[in-house]
Design a binder for this molecule. Structure first.
Ligand SMILES: *Cc1c(COP(=O)(O)O)cnc(C)c1O
Length: 388
């Protein structure tokens, strides 16, 4: 088995590819069918099964899945789409590409998920959809979210890029609700190299997505083709889908291991967090049995402005790197990118998202890691903070 553990550098994220998976990919490469075919159909069926039989289609990325999902929902100019200032850039980009207006609200400091009371206040007669991200794999408060959406007649497109295998009160994300989009990028909980999926509530919408992902083509009875809509080109290859089938079979095992590793981080960091000014991530909402799939373990560290202190994030990342430990940053505040500044957004609009953007670091967490790796990361982190 080839895993990240085989190199001494501990990456902050990455996939597990077994010899068996590599052999299966080789077989599909040599099978004579490379692009979308029987393996894509089988992968879609397996993903649909995993999500309680819901209509499922795969794409070249979660970003592509979201682009098509927005089109299926008819989102366009004049619409307002509410999302969190703390999520990956692709969400804002795809909203803007439709011609709709991105309406940001802040996130909670420890769950990092969208603040639903602020969502409710942001709803106007132009609001068409809410696009919440299940940050790091922790589901948003689904009951409140869907009650609100229903009350105001809004679509919900869940950015579940980080949340495959997560659950809310025992129900899998994607197995209920409106539309959920997943990512199979190598840093996510399972991979197809690049790839994504959308799970729909409605079979007719899934069929429209299928047309939109492949040139808008419909096949006619006489064997010729027609184009009914200006579709794009977002279909997954059979080679990727074969890898996805092998990965999906391991997903629950890997997610259970991720939960154990996150628990070890919590156990080691919990008692000393206050002393060192560390803000730990929430592992659940109070009184909600939440199934967190722990794509990332992100903590806030007491970084100050570079001109005020020796303790900057760059120094931390460099120091950890020197010890053979990779550190990520997830994410920047989306409303403060040049794209959204050019549309009038400014510092101070979303304090939690902005603080997270300044102070967050993503510690290594992936299925190939051991408890010993976690202890090594915590030791290096503490020794850095103790010296700072
Ligand atoms: C990775 C990620 C995406 C995009 O996934 P791709 O498959 O790379 O397009 C979207 N949202 C979040 C929160 C992500 O982490």
């Amino acid at each position: 088995m080839s895993t990240l553990a085989s190199s001494s550098f501990l990456k902050f994220a990455g996939p597990v590819i077994t010899d068996e998976m590599a052999d299966a990919v080789r077989d599909s490469l040599l099978s004579g069918w490379l692009t979308s075919g029987p393996r894509v159909a089988a992968f879609e069926a397996a993903l649909s099964d995993y999500h309680g039989g819901r209509p499922t289609r795969v794409f070249t990325s979660a970003t592509a899945a979201m682009e098509v999902a927005f089109e299926v929902c008819g989102i366009g100019p004049g619409d307002e789409i509410i999302t969190s200032a703390m999520t990956f850039f692709s969400v804002g980009n795809m909203i803007e590409k439709t011609g709709a207006t991105t309406v940001f609200v802040d996130c909670d400091l420890t769950t990092r998920n969208i603040k639903l009371d602020q969502v409710e206040r942001a709803i106007t007669p132009h609001t068409k959809a809410i696009v919440p991200t299940h940050m790091s794999g922790l589901p948003c408060e689904m009951d409140r979210l869907y009650n609100m959406a229903q009350k105001h007649g809004l679509r919900v497109i869940e950015d579940a890029a980080l949340a495959i295998g997560s659950s809310w009160q025992g129900k899998r994300i994607g197995a209920f609700g409106d539309i959920a989009t997943f990512s199979f990028h190598p840093n996510k909980n399972m991979t197809t190299i690049e790839g994504g999926a959308a799970v729909f509530a409605d079979e007719a919408e899934a069929r429209r997505a299928e047309v939109l992902r492949f040139h808008g083509i419909s096949r006619l009875a006489d064997g010729t083709r027609d184009v009914t809509v200006a579709g794009g080109k977002f279909n997954m290859s059979d080679v990727s889908a074969r890898l996805g089938l092998g990965q999906l079979a391991m997903l629950d095992t890997w997610n259970a291991h991720r939960r154990d590793l996150a628990h070890t981080y919590m156990t080691l960091l919990g008692p000393i967090a206050d002393e060192f000014g560390i803000v730990l991530p929430a592992s659940a909402y109070p009184n909600e049995p939440t199934g967190h799939s722990w794509n990332m373990y992100c903590v806030l560290l007491p970084f100050t402005k570079p001109w005020q202190s020796r303790l900057t994030r760059k120094q931390f990342i460099d120091a950890m790197h020197a010890q053979g430990i990779g550190i990520g940053i997830s994410y920047e505040a989306m409303h403060l990118t040049s794209l959204f500044r050019s549309k009038g957004h400014r510092d101070g609009e979303h304090p939690n998202a902005e603080r997270i953007a300044r102070q967050t670091v993503t510690l290594p967490l992936h299925a190939a890691m051991t408890e010993t790796d976690v202890a090594r990361v915590v030791k290096a982190l503490i020794s850095f903070l103790a010296k700072a």
